[in-house]
Design a protein around this ligand. Structure first.
Ligand code: NDP
Ligand code: 8X3
Length: 265
């Protein structure tokens, strides 16, 4: 009887995806997409209230389970504590989406703020490393997993005043490539997703609440929306076991690379 119950439990267990930066933009859209596809979710971010609201909404709409974990990815101890105290039922993480990240400022090298640089590197690079290192033991134990790292076109080509944001995303690109090689023996897929302009809270954060400058980033464009990127992530994750998409660059139709745009006049 016990055996039958446990067989039933494992047969009905949903896959688990852990998404960092799920309180807004691309991460939130990933949470919605994976919830609609019946994954259980671990959602993370600093804004607790938002995590709570997203949990309530997605559990109600899709009948899945959502575990919110609030921490700042820049703080290794906080990351370790949150991930290492996951209840056993949540440790079988199938997919990790390393999405939390930000740009701060868009200033020429000599004018840029060093604190902004530090925050970008600590979040986009160190944060991604801390979360990956904390989650990996679970994937190694399961002998499979899929890590999706959110890069950017800014990690493929630098642009004027992009300096350290670009550097942080070049680092993400390098980490993605090297993870894929090092984790090959462990049956863990690693995919890099590199979007161009996506209309989210990204620009508002970058320009520190200046709505006019943030909005003007999309003037004359129909940019990507977060759902476009989430659908792409889901496509990459939902392929057969033997298929691994290594790298995706996705822009809106009016953008090519980091500095060519066909804007409406
Ligand atoms: P948003 O600002 O809309 O969302 C960013 C998310 O990251 C939020 O959930 C935020 O949560 C989380 N986050 C930021 N800093 C931290 C931190 N220190 N600790 C934990 N969570 C954090 O931006 P996007 O959705 O656009 O950005 C998501 C990713 O996509 C980023 O890595 C970004 O670089 C990348 N990207 C974005 C593009 C765009 O044009 N929008 C294009 C290419 C790549 P909270 O504030 O609650 O902590
Ligand atoms: C965000 C895209 O071009 O603003 O990564 O750097 S861009």
């Amino acid at each position: 009887m016990v055996k039958l119950i446990s067989i039933h439990y494992f047969a009905t267990m949903k896959k688990i995806v852990l998404i960092t930066g799920a309180t807004a933009g691309i991460g939130k859209a990933c949470a919605e997409k994976f919830a609609a596809e019946k994954f259980d979710l671990i959602i993370t971010g600093r804004r607790q209230e938002r995590l709570k609201d997203i949990k309530t909404q997605l559990e109600k709409d899709y009948g899945i389970d959502v575990l919110p974990l609030s921490f700042d990815v820049q703080h290794k101890a906080a990351v370790d504590e949150a991930i290492s105290s996951l209840p056993e039922r949540w440790q079988k993480i199938d997919v990790l989406i390393n999405n939390a990240g930000l740009a701060l400022g868009k200033d020429s090298f000599e004018d840029a703020d060093i604190t902004d640089w530090e925050t970008m590197l600590n979040t986009n690079v160190h944060g991604l490393l801390y979360v990956s290192k904390a989650v990996l033991p679970f994937m190694l134990k399961n002998k499979k997993g899929h890590i999706v790292n959110m890069g950017s076109v800014a990690g493929k080509e630098v642009y004027e005043k992009g300096n350290v944001y670009c550097a942080s995303k070049f680092a993400v690109d390098a980490i993605t490539k090297s993870m894929r090689i090092d984790l090959l023996k462990d049956n863990i897929k690693v995919t890099g997703i590199n979007p161009g302009a996506v209309e989210t809270e990204f620009s508002l954060v970058r320009f520190k609440g200046d709505e006019k400058t943030a909005g003007s980033a999309y003037d004359g464009l129909r940019p990507l929306i977060a759902k476009d990127v989430a659908d792409t992530v889901f496509y990459c994750v939902n392929l057969p076991e033997h298929v691994c998409i290594n790298d995706v660059v996705i822009t809106c139709t009016q953008q090519a690379g980091t500095y060519y745009f066909n804007k409406n006049k």
